[in-house]
Design a protein around this ligand. Structure first.
Ligand code: FEO
Ligand code: CA
Ligand code: CA
Length: 637
């Protein structure tokens, strides 16, 4: 998510944090220039070689490539679609889409169909698909197929748009917004016409909300920082919210990642000062307009200063046991989690790559203490493990720095709660908002979407760390974003060292002729900004989803609406596959087991009031999940 309504029409979550807690401009422009000059060996090389020293695998590409409508006689299997600003989903020739589920669609027959006039109640929303779907996974077992889908946040302007002032008019309105958050788990099946449908009343259907009971597990469980009046044990908590990206484990569980958890806390006394530790995470006495503290004291940070310490985790869910208690995995650290990319090391240790999506925050890696057992019990594999943070060096090498009591001076529990502070202490590389990490299933390498960072070279991160341009984040005031990749030593994701380079620098070659034009594999035909969601398909193609500026003007002219592209990571070629409807973000991607359906999420169409997708006419815009298939029923990933 990058945009948020109500508080301001054009503010990212980070912008709201900065508005509430202004950040000192410790890096002024002169210092940026000085820094650049003093690093002539690095930036000079960039100027001479056009960033080529950091880019590999793109030699087959030129800026003239990737034209619209070319014959798909290649690995891509489709002809690129043109950028556009149409209020629909645009696909290449030979592909079609259908709606699977949208905000407010009931999961049970005891719940009425979505009602545009009322937009439902808290009770109906708690039994229906949530709002603003994001990461999602599909699981199969015993012939049944279950989807688990994150519902990141509520599009408040729309949810309460039937009220005169567009604000909640009752506690039920606030609770409706709350129930639109969390995770929707439901069985799906294809009907006689071949269309994917929710199986209403399936015994696997479940809504997980900000009020669902959860266990706190791992090194921080039971620590004083996690204890509250309602839970003096520090072992049990309620709910998950702002669930952004996701992950899935080889043992069949779903991982949902708590991102901007901070914006839901407030204090009745707006003058209340939160602790420095909470400030690092953007918690303040003013919420972003959800009003949860008005209906639940947990969210009043003056009364319950430890409650925010119980959010910001990766949560593990068993999608086939609707009675199971989700487990917050403190071992994977606490920050604004984007997704959780799981891969097994050759040794059998579970490795999880994790991004912290805020300007100048870090990229992390977890390595389990236990070993995966193909036919054994892996339910505690994410309970304990080592946590590392990435340090990228300008010589194209990098290392994972261990976060331990020795390296940080913090206890193991403190490291898992105040993870950002621990990472700052060891001197991790500040990143341009790490969004999704994707691990190539055909090769030992991983990719991270660094979506954008207008503060790069301008302002420190929330912990005061310098954010001068660095290797994988080479452009100041970076409004386009880039995709970096790393290759672990010995083809072992558990290894400490890695080599890295940049797969793509997004940019606009029609507007710029410097580094902001983008890398060689970006051209007038495929340009985009703000890569965010990413996933590999089974053939090793990298699918890239965007959450960027959709003005289609100025620096963003020619990019159109947010979109999804496919990248050939061997040649570097990137080709646009899908264009989303107006004012949406494209996020969330998974496949049916037979690889003939690709499920794609469309989040917040019409977030500024200019879409009627998917219903058309004068209908309300609604986020949803869409199934994409080849018209010849061929493979799609
Ligand atoms: Fe929810 Fe960082 O995107
Ligand atoms: Ca984003
Ligand atoms: Ca995202």
């Amino acid at each position: 998510m990058d945009h948020i309504d109500q508080t301001s029409d054009d503010l990212a979550f980070d912008d709201i944090d900065e508005l509430i807690s202004p950040r000192a401009e410790e890096i002024d422009f002169d210092r940026v220039v000085d820094t650049a000059l003093s690093r002539r060996g690095f930036l000079g090389g960039v100027m001479t070689f056009g960033l080529g020293s950091f880019l590999v695998g793109t030699t087959a590409m030129t800026r003239n490539a990737g034209a619209v409508g070319q014959t798909p006689a290649d690995r891509f299997g489709f002809a690129q679609v043109a950028a556009n600003t149409d209020d629909t989903i645009t696909l290449p020739e030979g592909f079609e889409w259908e709606q699977v589920v949208a905000w407010g669609d009931p999961l049970f027959t005891d719940t009425p169909a979505f009602d545009e006039a009322t937009r439902g109640t808290a009770a109906t929303q708690a039994r229906a698909f949530g709002d603003n779907n994001d990461g999602m996974s599909l699981f199969t077992k015993d012939g049944r197929t279950v989807m688990a889908v994150n519902n990141e946040y509520a599009n408040r302007k729309i949810m309460w748009g039937n009220n005169a002032d567009g604000k909640p008019a009752s506690s039920d309105d606030i609770e409706k917004g709350m129930m639109a958050h969390g995770v929707s788990v439901f069985e799906v099946a294809r009907d006689d016409a071949g269309n994917w449908q929710v199986v209403l009343d399936s015994d696997l259907n479940r809504r997980i909300t900000p009020q669902t009971d959860m266990d706190l597990t791992g090194p921080a469980a039971g620590h004083d920082l996690l204890k509250t009046a309602a839970d003096p044990s520090g072992m049990a908590t309620k709910g998950t919210w702002n669930n952004c990206g996701n992950g899935e484990t080889p043992w069949g569980t779903y991982l949902t990642c708590e991102e901007n958890f901070n914006g839901y806390f407030s204090a009745a006394d707006e003058a209340h000062e939160v602790s420095a530790e909470l400030k690092r995470y953007g918690v303040s006495s003013k919420d972003w307009g959800y009003g949860w503290a008005k209906v639940d004291d947990r969210f009043d940070v003056a009364q319950n200063p430890n409650e925010p310490n119980r959010a910001g985790y990766v949560v593990e869910i068993d999608p086939f046991d609707p009675t199971s208690t989700p487990k917050k995995r403190t071992a994977l650290g606490r920050f604004k989690h984007e997704n959780a990319a799981v891969v097994l090391a050759p040794s059998g240790h579970a490795v999880v790559y994790l991004g912290d999506d805020e300007r100048g925050e870090f990229l992390y890696k977890f390595v389990s203490h236990g070993i995966y057992a193909a036919s054994g019990d892996n339910s505690d594999l994410l309970e304990n493990g080592d946590l590392f943070v990435a340090k990228f060096h300008d010589d194209m090498r990098g290392e994972w720095l261990a976060l331990t009591p020795d390296t940080t001076g913090m206890s193991d529990a403190e490291i898992r709660v105040h993870t950002r502070q621990a990472a700052s202490k060891v001197g991790a590389t500040t990143m341009d908002r790490p969004e999704w990490v994707a691990v190539n299933p055909t090769k030992a390498e991983a990719y991270v979407a660094l979506t954008n960072n207008k503060n790069r070279g301008k302002k420190p991160n929330a912990g005061g760390d310098d954010t001068s341009a660095n290797g994988p984040n080479p452009r100041v005031k970076n409004h386009y974003g880039q995709i970096a990749r790393w290759m672990p030593d010995n083809e072992d994701h558990a290894a400490q060292g890695f080599s890295w380079n940049l797969f793509a620098l997004a940019g606009n070659p029609d507007v710029h002729d410097d580094a902001y034009a983008g890398s060689e594999n970006i051209n007038a035909g495929n340009m985009f900004n703000s890569p965010d969601g990413m996933a590999f398909d089974s053939t090793g193609f990298l699918w890239i989803q965007t959450d960027g500026k959709y003005s289609n003007e100025g620096d963003f002219a020619g990019m159109g609406n947010n979109q999804m592209l496919a990248g050939d990571t061997n040649t570097g070629e990137i080709r646009r596959f899908l264009v989303g409807p107006n004012e949406c973000e494209v996020t969330g991607l998974c496949w049916s087991p037979d690889r003939r359906t690709m499920f794609v999420g469309i989040q917040h169409p019409g977030e500024k009031g200019n879409s009627h997708f998917p219903g058309g006419g004068t209908s309300l815009p609604r986020s949803g999940v869409f199934a994409i298939r080849r018209t010849d029923d061929g493979l799609i990933g």
